[in-house]
Design a protein around this ligand. Structure first.
Ligand SMILES: Nc1ncnc2c1ncn2[C@@H]1O[C@H](COP(=O)(O)OP(=O)(O)O)[C@@H](O)[C@H]1O
Ligand SMILES: [Mg+2]
Length: 253
């Protein structure tokens, strides 16, 4: 469904991706884990063509993304629904208008069809009768759910979740994890989730890939990742300051 082959991406002298390889099968829930600033968001921006790799190839359903012009990229992006980090709702639009945004812009559905689709999508994420509210009136968890409703509004084949549980309390985070699982079952989508929340990663993933120093250093099922003998993976998934991954130096304190 999606294949990244030998991706390189640098910003000035800062090398972010340095030979990253990743394959995602149709219907699979793939999670990319890795520390803050390691390049997880850069990786998915390359997949949807918001960033161009310096080197390497990206295929989405047998289309080579590298070669696409802006108008083809816009078409490609219609296959994706995206839940952005921080939900990224339009503050001046109501919940209903937020969810309807792409439907109004990119479809020929009637206003009645759009209204029904918006209600459907909101109900699917457990929200009822909130169309008239504004983002400022919502809690963090509700904002994420509205973001999710907006992500599925165009009935995408692929869902991208960037840090879906970051900043939420553990109970709300679990509710979002359950929603991600339910949407996968109901909509049969392929998904890529980016997170450093291992509770979430273990729960929602068919496979987990770890990004470190520009490369995917290991891919496996949650069970395999839990038991990984790779010292970098082991340190990350157990959340330990002790290990080969460099952390803040405490020298001199
Ligand atoms: N558009 C950009 N221009 C310059 N540097 C960027 C840009 N996007 C990301 N970076 C840098 O790339 C690195 C990885 O960023 P990112 O993918 O956002 O990390 P994360 O793994 O936390 O999602 C960071 O050091 C960031 O500063
Ligand atoms: Mg990020």
């Amino acid at each position: 469904m999606i294949k990244c082959e030998d991706l390189y991406k640098a910003f000035g002298s800062k090398v972010v991706l340095a030979g990253a390889n990743l394959e995602i099968k149709e219907g699979e829930s793939m999670t990319v884990i890795g520390g803050s600033g390691v390049g997880k968001s850069v990786l998915i921006k390359n997949i949807i063509g918001l960033l161009k790799p310096d080197k390497g190839k990206i295929w989405v359903e047998n289309t080579l993304v590298n070669d696409l012009n802006e108008s083809d990229l816009r078409k490609l992006r219609m296959k994706f629904g995206m839940l952005f980090q921080y939900a990224a709702l339009f503050d001046s639009l109501s919940v209903g208008e937020n969810v309807a945004f792409a439907l109004n812009r990119h479809t020929k559905l009637s206003q009645k069809e759009i209204k029904d689709r918006v209600t459907d999508c909101l109900n699917m994420v457990g929200l009822f009768g909130v169309e008239h509210l504004f983002p400022a009136e919502l809690s963090g968890g509700m904002k994420k759910r509205v973001g999710l409703a907006r992500a599925i509004a165009m009935r995408p084949k692929i869902l991208l979740y960037d840090e879906p549980t970051t900043g939420l309390d553990p109970i709300m985070a679990d509710a979002i994890n359950n929603l991600i699982i339910r949407l996968k079952e109901k909509l049969q989508v392929t998904s890529i989730t980016i997170t450093h929340d291992m509770v979430s990663a273990y729960k929602i993933s068919d496979r987990i890939a770890m990004l470190y120093e520009g490369k995917i250093i290991e891919v496996g099922t949650p069970g395999e990742i839990k038991k990984s003998q790779n010292p970098y993976v082991k340190q990350f998934v157990t959340g330990s300051a002790e290990g080969p991954i460099k952390t803040v130096s405490l020298e001199g304190i």
